[in-house]
Design a protein. Structure first.
Length: 278
């Protein structure tokens, strides 16, 4: 039987070791960085984010929101604190968010939570030394999918000035035939409403679309297709294939300044300009 190209565990030999590395590095980041933990961006139990601050910063700096992946059903912000290593190295405040997980909630709830976090950062990050006019966003895998909903038509929140979408899934239809379907039960309505390749996006956000050269065909093909989709809609887009990176090492490297993925994250932060209003 052919392997499921969406089941990344089958294609990444050190999958579990990398997940443990995320956790270990995240614990170190929380111990060594100045931070504010579990700030409520909404009223729900999982509507919380952590803020990490750059060392020796003076004046208002950029703000960057990272959205974790896990096919909308696993992981938490605590697994990805290490992304703040790169964000703070770029002189920005890192916001790492949690959200509710499927199948306990549906995609409309999660997308609304991401938008709620963006709105909260716009309204409140200035209190913590952030420049609310220099907001950027990134996400990995399902997090990249979710990040795209901060600048799609009708988002109803201030759009981020720039975005890095890493190893995202942008057409949900194939997932209905994957290992994932019995676990989260994507509906036809969700496929139509929440496939970024079917949606219109607003100009004004500079977008970097990236994926690993060692990822499976759906991730590479969908990434390339989505970059073209955004470009045809008039957005400024750049597309990058990360040499030697697979689905799990790509996000590990996002937290390493000087790596190819880390440099793209720094670029997204430095590209941030005043946010366009909805």
């Amino acid at each position: 039987m052919a392997k499921d190209p969406f089941r990344n565990r089958d294609y990444v030999a050190n999958f579990d070791a990398l997940v443990e590395e995320y956790k270990a590095r995240s614990a170190i980041t929380r111990e060594t960085h100045q931070m504010k933990r579990d700030i409520a961006y909404g009223t729900g139990a999982n509507e919380r984010l952590d803020l990490f601050f750059p060392k020796g910063s003076s004046g208002a700096g950029p703000v960057h929101l990272f959205i974790h992946g896990g096919y909308w059903r696993m992981f938490s912000k605590d697994d990805f604190s290490f992304i703040a290593d790169t964000v703070t190295a770029a002189g920005a405040i890192a916001a790492i968010m949690d959200y509710d997980l499927m199948p306990d909630v549906r995609l409309n709830t999660i997308v609304a939570q991401v938008r709620k976090a963006i709105q909260w950062l716009t309204n409140n990050s200035g209190t913590y030394g952030g420049d609310t006019g220099r907001l950027s966003v990134s996400g990995h895998s399902a997090g990249a999918h979710l990040a795209s909903f901060t600048f799609c038509q009708g988002a109803g929140v201030p759009r981020p000035a720039s975005a890095l979408l890493l190893s995202g899934v942008y057409d949900l239809k194939p997932l209905q035939s994957s290992f994932l379907q019995p676990l989260i039960g994507l509906t036809d309505q969700e496929v139509t409403a929440f496939s970024p390749l079917l949606l219109q996006h607003e100009r004004g956000t500079r977008v970097i679309v990236a994926y690993g050269a060692r990822e499976t065909d759906p991730f590479r093909n969908q990434g390339s297709s989505f970059a073209q989709h955004l470009e045809h809609q008039g957005l400024f887009v750049s597309e990058h294939m990360l040499r030697d990176a697979d689905h799990m090492s790509a996000v590990r490297d996002l937290g390493i300044p000087g790596s190819a993925a880390g440099d793209l994250l720094i670029r997204a932060i430095r590209d941030s300009q005043p946010c366009a209003q909805p």
